[in-house]
Design a protein around this ligand. Structure first.
Ligand SMILES: Nc1ncnc2c1ncn2[C@@H]1O[C@H](COP(=O)(O)OP(=O)(O)OP(=O)(O)O)[C@@H](O)[C@H]1O
Length: 312
């Protein structure tokens, strides 16, 4: 059974079609990156899946519960909104115990749960401090703890790291990566590097529709660049330049770029070029340290997909 199943979801705000027939399935246990530019419909999707907004059309279920059954849904999911709100006068521990009470946990159970979570999100040392003085990163970690109080099957995180500085972002992403296997994580973001760091599966949303859903490595493989990179040992620069000039004249090669003791070779036909290049390297006598097909970044894949869509 899918952790999340969305069929043909539509949401209109007056003349704006925020979701335009969105369909998607998310496998249980995955860390799913819901990626799209500003205004693509990410927050709208999450609000519908968490029961905070009603769709104008279509169906969806989360952890086996149809959306609309909000009581049953609330017990199975956790949610960190884009801008979480806290009671600033509470301490982190008081806040988590307060959330525990809302979920009906008794005194001892809610204290235990709060303590476990404070430990897990790295706020144990500051558990008695008022939230008012917390940094953005600390607030996001407390927000994730808050969303985990009821041990959800599916955790929704709306742009969890987007507003953080590099250190705060690293901590939050590490925390999310550590949830792998404990629950399904559905994380929206417009930052490709964040998806690359933690998500196993990526869904790209654009103008309220899914452009593509794939495992991250399959997505980058599908958009493989016709570029190889060769690195030679540091004390062999001279012959490398000569060799680069030589193969640059071959019909198979489009462009050659030497950078220190490495060379990037853009070819015309990836399949044939691979064997041919390996052969040419073997004959060159160069001390090859590394030979690899250059992988596109998720950013390149994303731009490609959006471009294809625009020109369709
Ligand atoms: N309450 C609303 N009233 C009118 N239009 C809305 C409302 N909420 C969202 N929209 C519109 O719906 C579209 C999708 O918005 P949404 O917030 O879901 O995008 P998003 O992908 O989450 O973007 P962001 O990264 O900026 O949060 C946008 O065009 C937005 O202006």
């Amino acid at each position: 059974m899918s952790a999340i199943r969305i069929e043909n979801l539509v949401k209109t705000y007056g003349a704006v079609r925020a979701l335009d027939g969105l369909s998607l399935e998310v496998e249980p246990g995955s860390i799913f990156g819901f990626l799209g530019p500003n205004g693509a419909g990410k927050t709208t999707t999450i609000r519908i899946l968490t029961g905070l907004a009603h769709p104008s059309g279509g169906h969806a279920s989360v952890a086996g519960v149809q959306i609309g059954h909000n009581g049953a849904l609330a017990r199975r999911i956790g949610y960190l909104p884009e801008e979480p709100a806290f009671y600033g006068w509470m301490s982190a521990q008081e806040f988590l115990e307060y959330i525990g009470r809302l979920f009906g946990l008794g005194g001892a159970a809610r204290r235990k749960r709060a303590e476990e979570l404070l430990e897990k999100v790295g706020l144990w040392e500051v558990r008695k401090r008022r939230i008012r003085g917390f940094s953005r990163g600390m607030r996001q970690r407390l927000g994730i703890a808050q969303a985990l109080v009821n041990q959800p099957e599916v955790l929704f995180l709306d742009e969890p790291a987007s507003a953080l500085d590099p250190a705060g972002r690293r901590d939050v992403l590490e925390l999310i990566a550590g949830l792998r296997g404990q629950c399904t994580v559905f994380m929206s973001t417009h930052i490709l590097a964040d998806v690359e760091r933690v998500c196993d599966t990526v869904g790209i949303i654009h103008k309220g529709r899914m452009l593509r859903v794939a495992r991250q490595e399959d997505l980058t493989a599908a958009y493989a660049l016709p570029v190889f990179r060769v690195e030679v040992t540091a004390n062999g620069n001279r012959p490398l330049t000569e060799w680069a000039e030589k193969i640059g004249r071959e019909a198979m090669v489009e462009q050659v770029q030497v950078d220190g003791n490495a060379v990037r070779i853009r070819v015309r036909d990836v399949e044939n070029a691979r064997g041919w290049l390996l052969q040419a390297l073997a004959e060159s006598g160069l001390a090859v340290e590394r030979f690899e097909a250059v992988k596109p970044s998720l950013e390149e894949v994303f731009l490609n997909l959006v471009n294809e869509e625009v020109h369709r």
